[in-house]
Ligand binder design. Sequence first.
Ligand code: ATP
Length: 148
Amino acid sequence: MAVPVDTQHFLRLEIVAPDGPVYDGDVAMVIIPAVGGEMGILPRHAPMVAALAIGECRVKTPANEWFSVAVAQGFAKVQFDKVIILADAAELASEIDLERAEKAYDEAQKKLESCRLGVADEDDCLDPYVEEKAVARAKNRIKVVRKV
Ligand code: ATP
């Protein structure tokens, strides 16, 4: 017997970053940037926990509109009709400061280049892993805000 599709059923999405809540509301679908690739979560999804990469979280509202959130690593916990995203950093696309992201990108790229060329000042204590992550965060913010 075919299972009827419940079009009135939504997911509760909570996105929390260290500074506090970033989003809390009902949504129709959320696509998360899991480390293994993007995952689409619909209402009544089986419970799971996924590690998140630096990437874009795409959210479909009950009114069938989409918005994006830049996420910088963390975890997503899915419990049937609830998705909780705990991120190291998360910004709604509409709240991203593009100029700041571009500046952060340039600075992190310069530092990364210094690490690679071995010309970093010892006092800088540069770590290529840290700079790679900073480049990725800035690149992701730029990508997400440019789509708005
Ligand atoms: P920056 O060098 O610009 O601080 P960052 O990648 O080091 O960039 P994070 O450590 O990831 O910054 O984040 C610090 C805080 O600043 C977080 O609350 C994050 O949401 C916020 N944030 C970082 N960059 C931006 C941006 N371009 N627009 C809006 N908020 C930002």
